[in-house]
Write a protein that binds this ligand. Sequence first.
Ligand SMILES: NC(=O)c1ccc[n+]([C@@H]2O[C@H](COP(=O)([O-])OP(=O)(O)OC[C@H]3O[C@@H](n4cnc5c(N)ncnc54)[C@H](O)[C@@H]3O)[C@@H](O)[C@H]2O)c1
Length: 401
Amino acid sequence: MPTKRNAPSIHLGLVGLGGATNQILPSLRCHPDVRIVAAADLRAEARERFSSAFGAPAYAEVERLCRDPRVDTVYIATPHQWHKQHAMTAAAAGKHIIVEKPMALTIEDCEAMTQAAARNGVHLMVGHTHSFDPPVRRMREVIRSGELGPLAMVNTWSYSNFLMRPRRLEELDTAQGGGIIFNQVPHQVDMVRLLGGGMVRSVRSMAWALEPGRPTEGSHLSFLQFEDGAAASLAFSGYDYFDSDEFHFWVGESGEQKAADGHGKARARLRQFADVREESAFKSSAAAQAGFDAAPPPAHWHHLHCGVTIVSCARGDMRPSADGVLVYGQDGRRELQVPRGAAFPDKGSVIDEMLKAIRTGVSPLHDGAWGMATMEVCAAVLQSARERREIVLQHQVPVRD
Ligand SMILES: NC(=O)c1ccc[n+]([C@@H]2O[C@H](COP(=O)([O-])OP(=O)(O)OC[C@H]3O[C@@H](n4cnc5c(N)ncnc54)[C@H](O)[C@@H]3O)[C@@H](O)[C@H]2O)c1
């Protein structure tokens, strides 16, 4: 959804100047309605680099950023365990909030954040997730149009090197929000909830920690049943063996064209570290050195995606293509071209959704209740896998199209 040029600008304060902020910055910088006016981070060198790149203040304390009158919206990209506290601080200061996924690590924390936003009259959004990807939204429109009949099932698979990239120690500890369940599964769940209408009835999962020395979940297989009888299966494997981009035109998650011979390269890189502590130190220093000058992706890149997703309705199937959606109907196959958003590579679509909420006063689709429902599914994936049983959900909310 391109932003209207007469929309108000968002005056954004960045909370956390690490990897996630670096990933979204190209989208923020080229978004016509975003002004980056301040930041906060614990690391002095990151604050200094931010201030010299943006000519704007960078604070050591999130409280001070939230008191800055130039800031009307904060983008929270600190590690998961800080999301609740930073969102509560921003809400109390009357700032709108975009918080990175996962919203928080417990349903109670998600609930507290949602209530704080409501109490203070600010919008709270959770993103970016792959449910924002334009081809996914286009598939939702086709489902709603009824053109292909009722939705039956969604199958989504992602095989990557996620767990075998350099990690810090806490990223390998599920209790601290490490592993795929808090980091990759929220993308899959948010996407299938959007496609399926939001209301997941129950979850049955198995999850595995398969790699010695990396004691957190790196793969899962989950079955989600929706209230209306539709269902979804979700598979993720992050062990650097098969790469599901082979089944997505060799286009990577960020839309880049990938080489077909990358298998095993993440593992080879890990072998350069003597142990996980050396790996952890490397990851921290790499984050510390990252700049704020990443260029927007080249024009020939494609849409973001998170693996192979096939949607099956009564009268046809669909899946995202590199630049749109492939529809396999009763008269054969056709491709719907899906335009890029205003701030390609479309991580900026979180801004469009927040702008619309500010302009209309209507809660964004990816609001606190939506984010909490996604986290409920992720928590149920863990619980189901541990207890080997189906988990019935309590906090689901429908898509507000
Ligand atoms: N949507 C996506 O695709 C995506 C991608 C990557 C990360 N993320 C999410 O973004 C969040 C951050 O991840 P990351 O990879 O950028 O981590 P990171 O460690 O690279 O960066 C975190 C930054 O926050 C700062 N920080 C830590 N505690 C702080 C505090 N109390 N106050 C102020 N600053 C503090 C750190 O100094 C660091 O600069 C995570 O929740 C992660 O799940 C989302």
